[in-house]
Design a protein around this ligand. Structure first.
Ligand code: B12
Length: 210
């Protein structure tokens, strides 16, 4: 069971969540820890939805609250942000998928650790991802996926990057609730995780060689 903050999210108490997040952040608690607590709450919201205890409107409200938390924490992330860019990431939820909570958490953590993030949003066509990669020449391309039909969209993105001669210049990373090592192999990605912190650790390892 999550702690008080996570429970407030489960109970959809927006004001309580926002106050708790601000108060914890002001006291110097790690934004990463605060996000993790909220993420645990969001998992329970999903379980309630699946049991039929919550309706879609409640699920969407919880999602809205969690995206609000990510926004509140952004300035506090800046406090731990190194001054120089550690590397570039082009990030997207690919075509066919509109889930963005995990992607937004990953983006916030990356920024907090000094990465330059080009977040293309949700339901992004592979051609736009390739165009952005051509423009910014990122070290990493991250795809966040929560529904299985989007696997094909990820594979298409990987193939188009290859055709454009861009695949070898960037590490292709995938993440999000339905991804597995088998999906990583199908897509031909370099890395897969269900944990944003692990994703950030991987980026740091690649850039710093440790
Ligand atoms: C919230 C939610 C929604 C919200 C999304 C709101 C939003 N703004 O994102 C709403 C209500 C809109 C929604 C809609 C739908 N949903 Co939905 N949703 C969920 C739910 C409950 C939670 C997902 C979530 O946000 N988890 C919390 C986040 C923080 O976790 P996460 O994404 O895994 O991210 C973490 C890591 O994976 C990682 N990470 C994430 N991305 C990346 C990327 C990289 C590169 C890296 C390194 C790391 C990383 O970092 C995060 C933090 O550690 C799940 C059920 C579940 N328990 O997962 C269903 C679920 C994902 N949804 C599902 C479905 C089917 C749908 C709909 C199709 C429903 C419908 N019939 O209309 C639509 C989607 C339409 C579409 N085309 O996309 C299914 C998918 C099933 C499948 N296998 O395909 C699920 C699994 C529910 C279920 N069991 O049926 N949904």
């Amino acid at each position: 069971m999550p702690e008080e903050l996570g429970i407030a999210l489960v109970e959809l108490e927006r004001d309580k969540v926002e106050e708790a997040v601000k108060s914890k952040a002001e006291k110097g608690e790690s934004p990463i820890q605060i996000l993790e607590e909220c993420r645990r709450g969001m998992i329970i919201v999903g379980e309630r939805f699946q049991r039929g205890d919550y309706y879609l409107a409640e699920l969407m409200l919880a999602a809205e609250i969690l995206n609000g938390v990510t926004a509140i924490l952004e300035p506090y992330m800046a406090n731990v942000r190194p001054s120089e860019s550690l590397g570039k990431m082009v990030l997207a939820t690919p075509k066919g998928d509109i889930h963005d909570l995990g992607k937004n958490i990953f983006a916030s953590l990356l920024k907090a650790h000094g990465f330059e993030v080009h977040d293309l949003g949700v339901d992004v066509d592979p051609s736009l991802i390739v165009a952005k990669a051509t423009e910014v020449r990122p070290d990493f391309i991250g795809l966040s996926v929560l529904i299985t039909p989007t696997f094909a969209s990820m594979k298409q993105t990987a193939d188009m990057l290859e055709e454009a001669g861009l695949r070898s210049q960037s590490k292709l990373m995938i993440g999000g609730g339905v991804t597995t090592p088998a999906v990583r192999d199908y897509v031909g990605a370099d890395f897969q995780t269900l944990d944003a912190t692990e994703g950030v650790d991987y980026c740091i390892k690649v850039k710093k060689g440790r």
